[in-house]
Design a protein. Structure first.
Length: 495
């Protein structure tokens, strides 16, 4: 470190990047490109630290502050630079080594931590107040409070109710699950009271819903699943998909949850129809809406896709020990209907629009990210949309014969590139195989599993069921992770 210099490390959580994209720091200093993103300071990350990106630079130790912003470099996809919104960030240049830990891309809030004092004989310049949204500054060597020590090791959470940030007197460092226990309580009435209390607290917060610091609340969420509790269920998939609708709505997202209509459901109203091209013909589907109001303005739009192919008497997927011969048609039709729903369904006065996040669940919706890429984005639709592929059980992958179900004539996709993304292999079919789950894994923006351990397990030859190399590749791209499932608080082991 040079004399009278300030060594600065910037750290920022950015989960909005896609493969090939990067993050750049630009600002009013030559080390930051003098506001030119092409010449700005490039940040880096790795599998262990993602989604936290970091970069380091040196500036003279002065009493003035350096203004800067973060930019996502999307030139690899022909989209240029995406600048974060809001006022410029600021760092007060002082002697020694410092870390500026910023809240998140486009989200104000930072914390300044000194990691090395100025060298002997080097006088540190007086520090003007940094733009830190009243977050504390700590210095190594000084005695920090337990709260400060906790904050020094974890990203700072703001506007989190005390019932969430404290668990039986101990500060919670992470919340890994969308449906985690609120607290360790045994009494059902106490749990219900706690849930009510948290919902009441959520209603008081304009920027942050309960339990975790949700971001991008302006992004609508579209959950797509072959089953949805309490309307249809064969196992845990229905419970989890149904809970997504509740949890995202509670946090403030506009939320739609889509599933097939296997029967006549109570309190559902037809809100639209669409003709879809599949298997060489046109097929009319109807959309039925059940609006679930959770209070405090939080609503989930449960949408059911109605078509004769879904109404079967021998089960959702087929009779015991077998599957319906037209399951590829059924769930490709579901995926196409789900892709159209945000564009054509007017709910509460408006459509969901194109800038949505699709959450696809298991092989039945694995073709949805493929459709988004080749049927929509290649024709300038859904350019701002993103998709997650959630793997609940990798043993079931949706394998079908390419010869019997051609990618172009049957699925309506370009045979070459889409065929490559849907390519699978099977001991019976050999290379003449469409693999829906593999297609979703290859084309989704993120691949998630139902726990961090499962995300590691499926990357092994023993746990990947033939997809371990593909999942290792997505992991190396920092696009694979696990979110631990919680236990529904209305479930009782006694019943």
């Amino acid at each position: 470190m040079s004399s009278s210099a300030c060594h600065v490390t910037l750290r920022l959580g950015v989960a909005e990047t896609a493969p090939g994209e990067g993050v750049v720091v630009v600002g009013g200093h030559h080390a930051l490109g003098n506001w030119d993103p092409v010449s700005g300071l490039k940040m880096s990350t790795d599998e262990a630290s993602y989604p936290v990106w970091s970069a380091a630079f040196e500036v003279p130790a002065t009493s003035s502050s350096v203004e800067y912003k973060y930019v996502v470099d999307r030139r690899a996809h022909g989209e240029g630079f995406a600048w974060e919104d809001g006022e410029n960030r600021r760092f007060a240049a002082q002697g020694g080594a410092w870390e500026q830990r910023d809240e998140a891309f486009g989200v104000p809030g930072s914390r300044l931590v000194q990691v090395a004092a100025p060298k002997a004989g080097e006088e540190a310049a007086p520090a003007p107040p940094a733009h830190t949204d009243d977050l504390p500054t700590t210095t190594e060597g000084s005695e920090a409070s337990p709260e400060e020590k906790s904050m020094a090791s974890e990203p700072h959470l703001v506007n989190v109710p005390s019932t969430v940030s404290m668990l039986q007197g101990a500060a919670m460092q992470r919340l890994a699950s969308l449906s985690a226990f609120d607290q360790l309580v045994d009494d059902a009435d106490q749990m219900a009271a706690l849930r009510t209390q948290m919902e009441d607290e959520a209603a008081k917060l304009e920027d942050r819903p309960v339990r975790y610091g949700a971001k991008h609340l302006s992004t609508p969420i579209v959950i797509v699943s072959s089953e949805m509790h309490p309307w249809s269920k064969t196992g845990g998939l229905a419970m989890i998909a149904g809970s997504y609708g509740y949890e995202f709505a509670l946090r403030g997202h506009r939320t739609m949850a889509i599933a097939p209509m296997y029967d006549d459901y109570a309190e559902c109203v037809c809100i639209g129809s669409k003709s879809l091209n599949l298997a060489g013909g046109w097929h009319d589907v109807r959309y039925f809406l059940h609006r679930k109001v959770y209070g405090h303005g939080k609503v989930c739009d449960y949408v059911f896709v109605d078509h004769p192919c879904f109404r079967r008497s021998e089960g959702i997927y087929g009779p015991p020990g077998a599957e319906y011969t037209d399951n590829l048609f059924r769930f490709a039709l579901l995926s196409l209907a789900a892709a159209e729903a945000p564009l054509v369904l007017e709910i509460d006065g408006s459509t969901y629009g194109q800038d949505v996040l699709f959450i696809c669940n298991d092989w039945q919706t694995g073709i949805l990210p493929v459709y988004l890429l080749y049927k929509y984005k290649m024709h300038n639709t859904y350019m701002g949309a993103r998709s997650w592929m959630v793997i609940h059980n990798i043993a079931y992958q949706g394998k079908y014969s390419k010869e019997h179900f051609p990618v172009d004539a049957f699925l309506g996709l370009p045979k070459g590139p889409a065929g490559d993304d849907l390519q699978g292999e099977d001991m019976h079919l050999g290379p003449d195989c469409i693999n829906l789950l593999a297609g979703g894994i290859r084309t989704a923006d993120r691949v998630l599993t139902v726990s961090p351990n499962y995300a590691n397990e499926i990357r092994s030859p023993e746990g990947g069921n033939g997809l371990h190399e593909l999942l290792q590749h997505r992991g190396n791209e920092l696009r694979l992770g696990g979110i631990l499932n919680g236990i529904s608080d209305e479930w009782s082991p006694a019943t």
